[in-house]
Design a protein around this ligand. Structure first.
Ligand SMILES: [Zn+2]
Length: 88
């Protein structure tokens, strides 16, 4: 997925994450939020937008331009199944 589309999801995702600021969420909780809310606005391709695409300490190929910057939405705190992310 291209970074331009992923970057379009940045602000809507930031709004969805407001209630979780300062808390940890799992990648499963992120995916649930995406499926229940983001897909309504952006269609099914939004289901492929992952926490790791808006992350302060990692940068995937095709990630949002916030990756590894102070604008990132989350920091990955624990890797695994599930992975944990701190909402910034
Ligand atoms: Zn972003």
């Amino acid at each position: 997925m291209g970074w331009t589309f992923v970057s379009e999801t940045h602000e809507p995702m930031q709004k969805l994450l407001l209630p979780y600021r300062g808390k940890e969420i799992t990648n499963r909780e992120w995916d649930k939020l995406v499926k229940e809310e983001l897909v309504k606005e952006f269609g099914s391709r939004a289901q492929y937008v992952h926490a790791s695409d808006h992350c302060s300490n990692m940068k995937n190929v095709g990630a949002c331009d916030c990756a590894k910057t102070g604008r990132a939405l989350v920091t990955r705190v624990r890797r695994g199944r599930p992975s944990y992310y701190l909402v910034l």
